[in-house]
Write a protein that binds this ligand. Structure first.
Ligand SMILES: [Ca+2]
Ligand SMILES: [Ca+2]
Ligand SMILES: [Ca+2]
Length: 262
């Protein structure tokens, strides 16, 4: 019995030691900083910190003398106190609110950071969290320096880079004129949602045209490549620099929208 007790004590001490070693191997950063509303200390407001993928696991502190630091305008949160095991690359959300105004910053975890300083400000005209030179009252994403009112807008990617209020639509369109028999054409833009010859043939036939085959001459292999609609031939990837041939039993125009070739 005594030896069983010793064994159990040994077992639990071992687990405790492993836990300590684990905590020492993976210490988490401590986030701290100052919080303002304009130029005034935001004492009494609340800082909430939580992993982006685990919002329920939140830590909070009160800014100023009543909080963790005891210092006016300062706050501090220790990520070691999270239940979630955060690792490099995880996103941490830092919220500041006084019950009326609200601001948010994200922090990407780097376990080598140790102690990290953040200045927060409830007044958007005093925020430039991503350091891109545009304050949050005009920067529509103040956690991303690639996004601001001076950024280059990329059409059709679902992201509003230049803060215009929406993504720029890729409103390019082109026509392929189709004759009875063989027609040749190039693709001045990449047809939206069409990646290969089979899809292109189906889209053209979807207009009600009766076409049978899309072909391309491959300069590298010196061979014709074809995709016979409906016969499950291997389709080839389209590009903006190749010429294509199509065989149709009636004439028409294939009008399509798309994006510039990249
Ligand atoms: Ca900014
Ligand atoms: Ca920005
Ligand atoms: Ca865009």
């Amino acid at each position: 019995m005594t030896s069983m007790k010793s064994l159990l004590v040994f077992f639990f001490v071992g687990i405790l030691a492993l836990g300590i070693v684990h905590a020492q191997i993976n210490p988490k950063p401590i986030l701290y900083g100052q919080a303002f509303n304009g130029v005034a200390a935001a004492d009494g407001s609340t800082v909430n910190v939580y992993p982006q993928n685990s919002p329920g696991d939140a830590l909070s502190d009160t800014v100023g003398a009543a909080g963790n630091t005891g210092l006016s305008s300062y706050w501090k949160v220790n990520l070691n106190n999270l239940n979630t095991d955060v690792n490099n690359g995880d996103k941490i959300v830092i919220n500041l609110t006084d019950g009326i105004d609200y601001t948010v910053k994200t922090y990407e975890v780097n376990l080598n950071d140790g102690i990290v300083y953040f200045s927060l400000n409830l007044n958007p005209a005093f925020q430039d969290y991503d350091g891109d030179g545009f304050f949050a009252d005009v920067d529509c994403n103040d956690n991303n320096p690639q996004i601001n009112t001076n950024a280059e807008e990329i059409c059709g990617d679902g992201i509003d880079q230049d803060c215009s209020g929406q993504d720029l639509s890729c409103e390019f369109s082109a026509n392929i004129t189709i004759f009875v028999g063989w027609s040749s054409f190039a693709l001045p833009i990449k047809p939206a949602g069409i990646d290969n010859s089979e899809q292109l043939g189906q889209a053209i036939n979807g207009l009600g045209l009766d076409c049978e085959v899309v072909m391309r001459y491959n300069g590298n292999t010196q061979l014709w490549e074809d995709d016979i609609l409906g016969l499950a031939d291997p389709s080839f990837t389209l590009s903006g620099t190749e010429g294509y041939f199509i065989f149709c039993n009636q004439a028409g125009v294939f009008n399509y929208e798309g994006n510039p070739w990249v």
